[in-house]
Design a protein around this ligand. Structure first.
Ligand code: PMP
Ligand code: GLN
Length: 411
């Protein structure tokens, strides 16, 4: 067949992206709007972040700060605030990036992930991702021409709580032997997400140390998405960049969306060595070049909020998590413990269901609640079939309403 003959029948979307349809978040939010259901699917708070931060954005807009292209790497005020944030929370672990050479502002964590993979991955390189994985990882690996190698997180007790416990029982764990076995001569990097969306799992210090040792031993890069760094309810957040030998091989990614409850602003960042930041900047400058000018000023102020802000965010979300987890458990779901993030993962098998996708598609009609089937975040589809994710970044009365609807449907 000649090229000309191929054109009429050729799909418009290229092969790299052919497997990716509409994201599950857009799909489920559209379903929620269509049915008027309570949206516990897409993870966004139903209450905006601090008023003074919103006002800082308005002030910047009015004062004409950031209305024209900001500097490519981000405005100096924000780069300093990000560097200071790292020093304030992780300085005792040895992290204190230079604001001029070791920080890059991006259009949300999403662009940071895409730019990092586009910068670091050669076609044919293997990228290990912990499955279930956040959906943009698979698409970004594909856009970079990499090969995705999933390592499956599995429930540690083999079953989840079916009775009462607000926090559930089992949690999803990484099998370190499986991770080691997944590394080949073609592996370029390990893509981590700590705390982990969608499972809510937080890798322990020992697990992180083992992953770090593996990276050093096999000369791998680590890309770590830490957008939920301030949402750890049990234990602490430990950046993997702080482990021996990791600083020079880790790209750390975070964003303002979750920490300050302004997910629409899309201000994210990368911290890494000057060499790694330089590589990511090479890709980033041709994706968006810059974004969110006035919001960068506001986020610089937000990052400097006192410790009490961060504590309250976490404690409020802990109460919301407990309310939802207990309610789901009482409604008959198996509930996994979520030591971090703002998601609870459930097992629907105790309800006599087996397909999370079918369950989530029917749920709005059944009881007016939207959730996300985590199967869509798996390559090993069967491993994820019975799991459903609920977001708890919603007001307590909304969560209580959702719980009573779910109990009604189960009863
Ligand atoms: N990574 C993870 C794990 C997420 O859950 C999200 C959604 N907030 C993102 C990245 C995207 O972050 P942003 O909105 O800053 O692009
Ligand atoms: N991070 C959000 C979630 O996991 C969704 C972000 C998006 O819609 N892309 O629900």
């Amino acid at each position: 067949m000649t090229a000309d003959q191929r054109v009429p029948g050729r799909p418009l979307l290229n092969r790299r992206l052919a497997e990716f349809g509409t994201t599950i978040f857009a799909e489920m939010s559209a379903l929620a709007v269509r049915t008027g259901a309570i949206n516990l699917g897409q993870g966004f708070p139903d209450t905006d972040g601090p008023e003074e931060v919103r006002e800082a954005a308005v002030r910047a807009l009015r004062d004409g700060r950031g209305n024209q292209y900001p500097p490519g790497p981000g405005i100096p005020e924000l780069r300093s605030a990000i560097a200071e944030h790292q020093r304030r929370w992780y300085g005792q672990l040895g992290l204190a990036p230079d604001p001029d050479t070791e920080v890059l502002v991006t259009a949300g964590a999403t662009e940071a992930i895409a730019a990092t993979l586009l910068a670091l991955v050669e076609p044919g390189d293997e990228v290990i991702a912990l499955e279930p994985y956040y959906d943009s990882y698979a698409a970004s690996i594909a856009m970079a021409g990499g090969t995705r190698v999933p390592v499956t997180l599995r429930p540690d007790t083999g079953s989840s709580s079916q009775a009462g416990g607000a926090e559930g029982e089992g949690t999803f764990r990484l099998d370190l032997d499986e991770l080691r076995d997944a590394v080949t001569d073609r592996t370029r990097l390990i893509l981590l997400n700590i705390p982990h969306n969608p499972t809510g799992t937080v890798l322990s210090r020992e697990e992180l140390a083992a992953v770090a040792e593996l990276c050093v031993e096999r000369d791998l890069l680590a890309v770590t998405d830490e957008v939920y760094e301030h949402l750890v309810f049990e234990g602490e957040h430990i950046p993997i960049a702080s482990f021996p030998g990791m600083k020079e091989r880790t790209v750390t990614i975070s964003s303002a969306g979750k920490t300050f409850s302004f997910t629409g602003w899309k201000v994210g960042w990368v911290t890494a060595t000057p060499e790694l930041v330089g590589a990511v900047r090479s890709a980033k400058q041709y994706l968006t070049y810059v974004s969110a000018g006035p919001f960068q000023y506001a986020v610089a102020e937000a990052l400097a909020l006192p410790d009490s802000y961060y504590t309250k965010l976490r404690e409020d979300l802990r109460a919301q998590r407990d309310l939802l987890a207990r309610g789901l458990s009482e409604a008959g779901f198996g509930v996994f413990r979520a030591p971090g993030t703002y998601f609870v993962t459930t097992d629907i098998r105790p309800l006599g269901e087996t397909s999370g996708i079918d369950f989530c598609l029917a749920l709005p009609e059944r009881c007016g609640v939207v959730a996300v089937p985590t199967q869509v975040f798996y390559d090993h589809q069967a491993a994820g079939a019975p799991f459903v994710r609920f977001a708890f970044c919603k007001q307590q009365n909304v969560l209580a309403d959702a719980v009573s609807r779910l109990k009604g449907a189960a009863g």
